[in-house]
Ligand binder design. Structure first.
Ligand code: F6R
Length: 357
């Protein structure tokens, strides 16, 4: 039920801090330590490489997940778009393990890959919001998102739930491998939930940002590097899905290799700056587009912020920034769609679960 909310999407964006806390609870043991089913942890530990397979927003969560498995648990990880993997299967390593990420658990493109993986005799884990869904039943293992039903077609709380569960899984594997990475993940995720609460209080600012940057635009660009790049792809997808503004995410460094040709006077460019090691690089990219007339909207994280930034995010652990930088982008997409009179919860041509290949 959407209660007093005008749209499910807005309700689901607002629910994200609750979902993170719910996930923390569901994946904690009696002592309050984060915990994942040991058979799943063992299956991942045995693998020489992880293959994450997903579509759309879930693929973007997978891009973030790759960073967790590689940086926290030292496991090489590839992320694949399901529809590509089926017919253009990459050369697999000797001991691959597959992770399917799917809100609905019904995505036909992902199912087709899972069928193939099973034929080849490999193990698969499904991370899904829907218990008993097809991808869950057909995989060897399941981890649930516990995000509650997601009704709006544009995925929001499922994305943050996927990222949070992936972080917990990667850290559980790291612990089991006795890797000391110094991260108290349960504490860091609580900080994320609090930061999300704070972010939900700035709706008027996001609405104004939608007006300032997207009012008359036919297109919009999102630039970022590393984890910010993954979130840029997600921010752009969210905007195009529900507002029908053509939106593209680019890696900041790739701009000069082509996309910068598209920048005109007033072109909106959203830039994320949440990573210390690339802050100056992305700032340089912002200068490049501004000098060509772009209307730049920089969203930075506290501590890395600079004069003129449009919005400053509360500080969270650098690996977990995708959980919070996505929130303003979700709201901005929502308001941009609303201002254009679009059907926010049921955008044209899209279905909540895509059950055809
Ligand atoms: C984005 C969106 C789609 C889905 C994609 C995968 O807002 O809704 O891109 O993310 O169709 O769906 P699931 O996660 O159900 O496999």
């Amino acid at each position: 039920e959407k209660g007093t909310y005008p749209h499910y999407m807005l309700k689901e964006i607002d629910e994200q801090p609750i979902v993170i806390r719910k996930i923390l609870k569901e994946y904690s043991d009696n002592q309050g330590e984060l915990k994942i089913d040991q058979t799943i942890v063992e299956a991942i530990k045995e693998a020489d490489r992880l293959y994450i397979v997903a579509a759309g927003t879930s693929y973007h969560a997978g891009m973030v997940g790759k960073n967790f498995f590689e940086r926290l648990a030292n496991i090489p990880t590839e992320v694949h778009v399901a529809s590509e993997f089926v017919y253009n299967t990459p050369l697999l390593t000797e001991k691959p393990m597959f992770i399917f990420i799917s809100q609905s658990g019904e995505t036909a493109d992902s199912r087709a890959v899972l069928v193939k993986v099973k034929e080849l005799g490999y193990k698969a884990l499904t991370i899904t919001n829907v218990p008993g869904s097809t991808l869950s039943r057909e995989a060897d293992y399941t981890l649930l998102l516990h995000a509650g039903p997601e009704i709006a077609v544009a995925s929001t709380k499922a994305y943050t739930a996927q990222v949070a569960v992936l972080s917990i899984l990667a850290q559980a594997v790291a612990q089991s491998k006795n890797i000391v990475n110094g991260i108290d993940l349960s504490h860091e995720l609580s900080i994320v939930a609090n930061a999300m609460d704070t972010l939900c209080e700035y709706r008027e600012e996001y609405e104004q940002m939608a007006r300032d940057f997207l009012s008359d635009s036919r297109n919009a660009f999102y630039i970022g590097r590393g984890l910010d790049f993954a979130v840029c792809l997600e921010g752009a997808l969210k905007l195009k899905e529900i507002s029908y503004i053509q939106a593209e995410g680019f890696a900041g460094g790739e701009l000069k290799h082509g996309p910068i040709a598209l920048i005109e006077n007033g072109t909106p460019v959203f830039a994320l700056a949440t990573q210390e090691n690339i802050n100056l690089n992305i700032r340089g990219n912002v200068k490049e587009v501004v000098s060509r007339g772009a209307n730049a909207c920089v969203i930075s994280m506290k501590g890395l912020d600079m004069k003129g930034d449009a919005f400053v995010l509360p500080e969270v652990h650098p690996l977990l920034t995708p959980l919070i930088s996505v929130v303003p982008l979700q709201y901005i997409s929502y308001y941009a769609a609303l201002h254009r009179g679009c059907d926010v919860d049921k955008p044209r041509n899209l279905a909540k679960s895509v059950t055809v290949e």
